[in-house]
Design a protein around this ligand. Structure first.
Ligand code: GLN
Length: 451
């Protein structure tokens, strides 16, 4: 009731929730109370969570914040949310996001801009919460839930976490099942939590992660008790500092936070080493080929026949065209066009195949660091703090927001963003820790030292 009340008060301004489910929340909370009274219960009994609109929730609004999915209420539940409910969590509602998770500012949502609860000191001007999981990050930051699900294809958990002073982890590709999560770029998409603390993220990820026969890319490995990593000594861990993440035009304040993070880890007994990830500069262009290519294929299913919106036409082809023209926003159309282009005959080898080769090189850079004894890598999460809606109008400049985050998705690695203090305008900045495949524990261990 406290969270539902807080949502009622703050959501009209923040626009973090696109659907609130009070009846469902009370019903789930009651069932949870009953389990606890019987002395039963899971790890998340009664914990109220917000769910990104990308996760299918049975009988409840699931539209990936797109007009094309108008009225869609799936007859099934995503594996990630099913896992959370099985552990006793309570659903408060569905969270706003960039349409089909394409964006870095939440400006592409059909449901309108999410407002970041943070303001520059002395200013009343609204800021973006980052994206695409902007609703998740804003809802956590404004205490409109105790934690939220989110997804990260090229930074969409970590960048909004950095912009809102929250913690977000993208686990290793394969850690969480993608079944029932609306697909954007299937070889990059991963679910993960956004929460207030590293510990909360550890507890939530433990519940979300599972091998799933319905997703052949989910991995059959035991899910460790992540929470037990919190407070474990980081003495002797080797932390790599990649030279290539020092980009031109990055504000001195970001570099300062980075140095501060290095100092904190050193004080805690970690060893700092300089490393090189030479193919970093190709990650962003390669990402913006691979992600739109997969998106154009995944989004072919929205044709007015199977889901949501249908705009009639004189024949079936015109119905498809009218539906897709009316149903998709500008950014989604841009991605579908780029993706269709790079996959078309004659261009496939030049663009898509080349990008996949670049991806292998990026992964090898990381493999070499691990082979040299590096346990984790520390970088800034974003090249700057939150900006104002409408401030970035050029798509390529917007894509630059992902410059430090996309490498992790391209290589399938786990990455966490932890709050690392404020800039001179009083806005939160985040530091990112990148880990070895399936070693999320190391990230929780190190992240807790920084937060
Ligand atoms: N901002 C990136 C994009 O628009 C990443 C999105 C994501 O991680 N879902 O593609």
């Amino acid at each position: 009731d406290a969270f539902l009340g807080a949502i009622e008060t703050a959501n009209p301004h923040l626009n973090a929730y696109v659907a609130v489910t009070p009846d469902k929340a009370r019903e789930m909370a009651k069932a949870s109370d009953e389990r606890l009274a019987r002395g039963e219960g899971g790890a998340l009994e009664g914990i109220p969570l917000g769910i990104k609109d990308l996760f299918a929730t049975r009988g409840i609004h699931t539209q990936a914040c797109s007009h094309v999915l108008d009225g869609f209420k799936p007859p099934y539940e995503s594996t990630v949310t099913a896992n959370l409910w099985a552990d006793g969590a309570v659903m408060l509602g569905k969270l706003n996001m960039d349409e089909f998770a394409m964006g870095s500012s939440n400006e592409t949502s059909y449901y309108g801009q999410v407002v970041n609860p943070w303001r520059k000191e002395g200013s009343n001007k609204a800021l973006v919460p980052g994206g695409s999981s902007g609703g998740s990050a804003a809802a956590v930051a404004a205490k409109l839930c105790m934690g939220a699900t989110a997804t990260d294809t090229g930074g969409s958990i970590r960048q909004p976490a950095a912009f809102t002073g929250t913690v977000g982890i993208k686990p290793t590709y394969g850690r969480c099942s993608r079944w029932g999560t609306v697909a954007f770029a299937s070889s990059l998409d991963q679910a993960g939590p956004i929460a207030h603390t590293v510990r909360d993220c550890a507890i939530l990820l433990k519940s979300m992660a599972s091998v799933d026969p319905k997703d052949t890319t989910s991995v059959d490995l035991p899910v460790p008790d992540y929470e037990s990593a919190i407070g474990r000594s980081v003495k002797g861990l080797k932390i790599g500092i990649p030279a290539e993440y020092r980009v031109e035009g990055m504000p001195a304040e970001i570099e300062e936070r980075w140095q501060q993070g290095i100092a904190w880890l050193k004080d805690a007994g970690a060893e700092i080493v300089d490393i090189s990830l030479p193919h970093t500069k190709y990650a962003l262009p390669a990402y913006y080929i691979v992600a739109p290519a997969e998106a154009s294929s995944n989004l072919a299913r929205y044709d007015g026949v199977r889901y949501g919106l249908r705009v009639p036409g004189k024949d079936i082809i015109e119905m498809y065209e009218n539906t897709r023209a009316a149903g998709f926003g500008t950014e989604v159309k841009r991605r579908v066009m780029i993706g269709t282009y790079v996959l078309s005959a004659g261009y496939y080898d030049a663009y898509y195949l080349k990008a996949q080769k670049v991806r292998t090189l990026i992964k090898r850079d990381f493999d070499l660091a691990w082979a040299n004894g590096v346990d984790a890598i520390l970088t800034p999460t974003t090249p700057d703090a939150a900006f104002a809606p409408g401030e970035i109008t050029d798509p390529v400049t917007m894509y630059l927001n992902d410059i430090f985050t996309v490498t992790v998705n391209m290589a399938g690695l786990p990455g966490i963003s932890v709050p690392a203090g404020l800039n001179s305008s009083g806005l939160p900045l985040g530091l990112q820790l990148i880990g070895k495949p399936f070693e999320e524990e190391t990230l929780f261990q190190l992240g807790h030292v920084i937060e």
